[in-house]
Unconditional design. Structure first.
Length: 279
């Protein structure tokens, strides 16, 4: 057990680190990643893409999109693994960089990053992919860079993806003959109708459904606008087109639907569909 003097020293050191990080995070702007007014958390200039060498007692890094462009206003959370609720929070500057002096107390830290973006009149939060997801000792310091990825499994959250999820509901009973309908036979095809959320052109995606904890779905789809069609492959191998509509717009079923992902919870995106056998 720590003595009283040691506990006071630890609390004081962490408080200084938290205060320094909080001051670095303060500033104007709405955190959309491309807005002005954010107080820089680190200095840097030009198009320098390096984060430099590791410095003892310092955590620093750079946040970029898939093309290597800096992301301004990304939120960096340096999480103290030793003391509860003792995080350092920063935002990246115009070069996508951040830097924080670490408290002197011995502790290990985990760094995560996210940023907000307004897209199609809705505000999204995207979790960023770490170049190195390992914990580090505060006294040793570390460089932790991040990239905005539209797809891929998150390294610190197995079976969780950077892409969005398309959930659907299909009645297991065929109304025509009361036969069983297996949602495992559903395949969705998503054809982009415009640029993806990061401004890049999308490509058509065809995926077979899987049974997830949230229901039947296709996962890890780049966020963007899509025209979606659905096909059911029966046990005999026959392919049958399905009628489709969005779950939140209880209109008529049609052969396809055009829609986009919507924010869900903190940093997830979803499309929710209703499917039906055609009469």
């Amino acid at each position: 057990m720590f003595g009283t003097a040691m506990r006071r020293a630890l609390v004081a050191a962490v408080a200084v680190g938290v205060l320094g990080g909080s001051l670095g995070a303060c500033g104007g702007g709405d955190g959309d990643g491309d807005t002005g007014g954010t107080t820089p958390a680190a200095s840097g200039g030009g198009r320098d893409t390096s984060s430099g060498e590791v410095e003892a007692g310092v955590v620093k890094g750079r946040v970029t999109d898939s093309a290597g462009n800096p992301i301004k206003g990304a939120e960096i959370v340096v999480d103290n693994q030793f003391l509860y609720d003792s995080n350092i929070v920063l935002t990246t500057d115009a070069q996508g960089k951040y830097r924080a002096e670490m408290p002197g107390a011995a502790a290990t830290y985990n760094v995560t990053a996210s940023f907000k973006k307004t897209y199609n009149n809705a505000k999204y939060t995207f979790r960023l992919a770490p170049e190195n997801p390992e914990l580090f000792a505060g006294r040793d310091g570390a460089v932790r860079d991040f990239t905005w990825k539209l797809t891929g499994e998150q390294p610190d959250a197995p079976d969780t993806f950077y892409g969005g999820t398309v959930l659907f509901n299909l009645s297991p009973i065929n109304p025509a003959d009361d036969s069983y309908v297996d949602s495992a036979g559903v395949t969705l095809t998503l054809t982009p109708t415009g640029p993806l959320v990061d401004g890049t052109p999308g490509k058509p995606v065809t995926k077979r459904a899987e049974n997830t904890g949230d229901g039947w779905a296709v996962r890890d789809i780049p966020v963007g606008p899509y025209k979606i069609t659905a096909i059911l492959t029966t046990g005999s191998g026959r392919k049958q087109p399905l009628a489709i509509r969005t779950r939140d717009e209880a209109g008529p079923y049609t052969a396809d639907v055009t829609t986009t992902f919507k924010p869900y919870l903190t940093d997830h995106q979803r499309i929710e569909l209703e499917l039906a056998l055609r009469g």
